[in-house]
Design a protein around this ligand. Structure first.
Ligand code: HEC
Ligand code: HEC
Length: 303
């Protein structure tokens, strides 16, 4: 409960009365159990004095005193607790403890502990951090918590979520480019070209992009379409892509949105708007740098 969400006076009194009645009721119940006697009880006899079927007696077998006393102890504990901590209506307790206060304290303690760890890597370049096992380990931790949901636990991505391990980059694989992606997010937008290419044209271009044999007539027509439809402004004259624009390389086998002819033709027809949300506000600068180092470490040695 947040400190500003206190109860109204009426509720507070109601709760206090309930607690008092409950405590008193429990106390009386324990006292009554300890002193229970039946009217028929015979002095010096273990039984309650009740007899059935001539000789069947009901034994009076009271709970041990020490056991009942533990119930008294729980009552005393309750009273002490309600004096120290919030719980008794609006009374906040003499210790002044709040959930919010405890949370703030714990966050401060964890910042003091981990802030120093993160800051220890403060001066190094992302490329250097990618070679530092400690930095990579902490970066992986951040990755697992904040990135894996989209890019996968193994960072190999999924349809529309880029694989981060393959050294194929929409926006570039330098430490600076990866850090910028993480800090500010990215938004890859391609307008629909259906009105320019038509469905047949889109299929032909897809044939060309996927072609094993560029001399195939449909692929050859597709290449001509690609050249004349305004694609090269972003994807380059050979479809090799442009990292400054986030326009993917279309000549490799890596397809962000799925590599079937249907998917590729559909993107040409309908365009695509693919977004990664900015992470700086979520994880802060130090952890963004360590996550970038981890990402870089994944594709090191691959090409
Ligand atoms: C909500 C989903 C989501 C989350 C969370 C997310 N990403 Fe992304 N990320 C994407 C998408 C989608 C893209 C592709 C954006 C585009 O197509 O322009 C992307 C792109 C990237 C790229 C660029 C890849 C390239 O080829 O240039 C990197 C690097 C990256 N993310 C790393 C991270 C890291 C590290 C985190 C965690 C700190 C993270 N992402 C969190 C969805 C996400
Ligand atoms: C204004 C720049 C721009 C133009 C012009 C453009 N594209 Fe794109 N295209 C992009 C961007 C940016 C993406 C990546 C979107 C993303 O991040 O998901 C993309 C993605 C694609 C993809 C999906 C690639 C994959 O890996 O899944 C295909 C296919 C494609 N474009 C083909 C074309 C064709 C064909 C044309 C011309 C008819 C064209 N584009 C024109 C910017 C452009």
């Amino acid at each position: 409960m947040m400190s500003d969400a206190i109860m109204s006076q009426g509720w507070s009194i109601f709760v206090i009365v309930l607690i008092v009645i409950n405590l008193a009721g429990c106390g009386w119940l324990i006292w009554w159990t300890m002193h229970m006697r039946t009217d028929d009880q015979v002095e010096g006899d273990e039984s309650t004095g009740h007899v059935w079927d001539v000789d069947l007696k009901e034994n009076n077998n009271p709970l041990p005193k020490w056991w009942l006393n533990t119930f008294y102890l729980t009552l005393i504990f309750t009273v002490i607790y309600l004096v120290l901590y919030p719980g008794f209506g609006n009374f906040t307790g003499t210790l002044g403890w709040t959930q919010e206060g405890q949370y703030v304290e714990e966050v401060a303690a964890s910042d003091a502990k981990f802030g120093a760890v993160y800051a220890a890597f403060g001066d190094a370049s992302i490329e250097d951090l990618a070679n530092n096992p400690d930095a990579v380990r902490i970066g992986k931790n951040t990755y697992d918590n904040f990135c894996a949901a989209c890019h996968g636990a193994d960072a190999r991505g999924a349809i529309s979520y880029p694989n981060l391990t393959d050294n194929d980059w929409l926006y570039g694989g330098s430490g600076a480019a990866v850090l910028q992606t993480i800090r500010n997010g990215r938004n890859g937008i391609m307008a629909p070209f259906g009105a320019v290419t038509g469905a047949d044209g889109a299929n032909e271009i897809a044939d060309w992009l996927l072609a094993d044999n560029p001399d195939d007539p449909s692929a050859a027509a597709g290449k001509a379409r690609f050249m004349s439809s305004g694609c090269i402004g972003c994807h380059g004259i050979n479809g090799e892509g442009n990292q400054a624009l986030g326009a993917p390389n279309l000549t490799d086998d890596i397809w962000l949105h799925g590599g079937t002819k249907e998917r590729i033709a559909a993107i040409i027809m309908n365009g695509i708007n693919n977004q990664m949300p900015a992470q700086l506000d979520v994880i802060g600068e130090d952890r963004a740098r360590l996550a970038a180092a981890y990402v870089l470490s994944l594709s090191k040695g691959t090409d």
